[in-house]
Ligand binder design. Structure first.
Ligand code: PLP
Ligand code: ZN
Length: 462
């Protein structure tokens, strides 16, 4: 299996290939991002999607059934870079695709047309577990013991959980080292990193600063870097798309809407569809909508205001460099209530452009108020989500208003993280007691009452 898989530069003018054992976070020739790539002719892939779906019922005794019980490895032929016995799993990918009719009615979508993909139901509470299953598989195969990431919170939570549940090939425990920005991480996520035993380095700086520092530390100390510049993370996150198709009984929707931070998901989704189309497993590719927060809108600006495109790989790198230089010299930092997407210089920018090209995509920005209302709608009509997930709903509402999406299009919104990750954001939204509290469309404030039965009964009879 391994020699039909390799790493490859995504830039069509370069396409340099590298072996599976090389630890690389970019192309050694041109600096471009790397894909995990396959000689599909030499990889046996089931001839229809239903073969993957039928695996869900298998019991859990053999290596094979253990892999089938993972929402990532059930689709292993679509990411064939490691043999069955090497696959790391902690039970990731047991997620739900909910047909959300009540929410659909409320926002003007035809019932039966809106679906919510709840990635918050992963073991660490976010979609990051999909990518970590693949990245840990590779870390262990490479004999790595110390793994590291920069994080707005969920990558560190996922890394910390996988690290203590996974041992090295030699049987030693793994060590997780996480860099987080002081005051930049929701309480629930910080709690997880500490609880799961990660060495948690709290930096006076934001995500972009942490990212730069962890890359340099990884270089100097030989730590294995688990951010989404690691191409194996992207491989695992393709499984989100496979489960969406599974949830739709093998069909593809018209639209997939996802919040954009470091753009790992956006990158993975495009790669998944490029491959599924090439393999003949789907006949139609949905359109992609990537939603930025207005306060962290680098992709939006580059794509819509500077007209930056993938152009089959002929990306205008100068436009990106000068945009980043301008951000740096003006001291512009990302700022949004959705801390998971509070990122100014997304590392997967070019892969995301490839996805936008392959999926005829659009990019929109939504303000924090709209993100919080979107999140509250998922709370009111679904299982809830953290603020970044609310950006998917806010983006959908914006695209409906523009009539880019029609009310009878079949739409899947990706909800990236669990609502308990950022309970402060939720309570702040609903609790309207502060005099300066902004008006919230779906506020459900607690009602203060004395510990007195008659008073409470009087109150509830009203
Ligand atoms: C990491 C994360 C994001 C951003 O995803 P990217 O793939 O980096 O764009 C969005 N939402 C949540 C909850 C996250 O944890
Ligand atoms: Zn290259």
């Amino acid at each position: 299996m391994p020699d039909s898989a390799f790493q490859q530069c995504i830039m069509p003018a370069c396409q340099a290939r590298f072996g599976m054992d090389e630890v690389l976070y970019g192309c050694e020739k041109c600096g471009g991002l790397l894909d995990v790539a396959y000689d599909w002719d030499r990889c046996p892939v089931p001839s229809s999607f239903s073969e993957f779906i039928s695996r869900r019922t298998t019991p859990r005794r053999t290596l094979e059934s253990r892999a089938n019980s993972s929402g990532v490895w059930r689709f292993r032929e679509l990411m064939p870079f490691a043999p069955l016995e090497d696959l790391v799993t902690i039970g990731e990918g047991q997620t739900v695709l909910q047909q959300a009719d009540a929410l659909a009615s409320r926002i003007g979508v035809k019932p039966g047309c809106l679906f919510l993909q709840y990635e918050g139901f992963n073991p660490s509470g976010s979609f990051k577990d999909n990518g970590m299953a693949a990245a840990f598989t590779t870390a262990r195969r490479l004999g790595k013991r110390r793994v590291a990431c920069a994080s707005t919170g969920n990558t560190s939570a996922s890394l910390a959980l996988f690290a203590h549940l996974t041992s090295t090939a030699g049987g030693e425990p793994m060590e997780a080292i996480v860099f987080v920005g002081s005051g930049k991480i929701a309480l629930g996520k910080l709690a997880q990193a500490l609880d799961f035993g990660a060495r948690t380095i709290r930096i006076q700086g934001d995500f972009d600063a942490c990212m730069k520092l962890v890359r340099e530390s990884a270089d100097r100390l030989g730590l294995y870097l688990m951010n989404s510049v690691n191409p194996f993370r992207i491989e695992g996150q393709k499984a989100i798309i496979y489960r969406v198709i599974e949830g739709l009984d093998g069909e593809t929707p018209d639209w997939i809407i996802v919040p954009g931070g470091n753009l790992g998901n956006s990158s993975a989704f495009g790669k998944a569809f490029i491959e599924l189309r090439e393999l003949g497993l789907v006949s139609r590719v949905p359109r992609l909508a990537i939603i930025n927060a207005t306060g962290a809108n680098t992709l939006f600006e580059l794509y819509n205001e500077h007209g930056l495109r993938f152009h089959g790989g002929a990306v205008d790198l100068q436009t990106i460099d000068s945009h980043f230089d301008r951000m740096n010299s003006e001291g512009r930092r990302a700022r949004t209530v959705a801390s998971a997407i509070e990122i100014g210089q997304p590392v997967n920018l070019i892969k995301a452009l490839r996805s936008l090209e392959a999926m005829d995509g659009v990019v929109r920005q939504v303000p924090d108020e709209a993100i919080l209302d979107g999140k509250a709608l998922v709370g009111r009509y679904g299982y809830g989500c953290e603020p970044a997930g609310g950006a998917s709903i806010a983006g959908l509402r914006a695209l409906l208003a523009e009539q880019v999406i029609s009310r009878s299009d079949r739409v899947v919104c990706i909800l990236t993280g669990h609502s308990l990750k950022d309970a402060n954001a939720t309570v702040d939204y609903h609790d309207q007691r502060r005099d300066d509290a902004p008006q919230r469309a779906l506020a459900n404030p607690p009602v203060d009452a004395p510990a007195d039965l008659d008073a409470i009964i009087a109150m509830l009879q009203r």
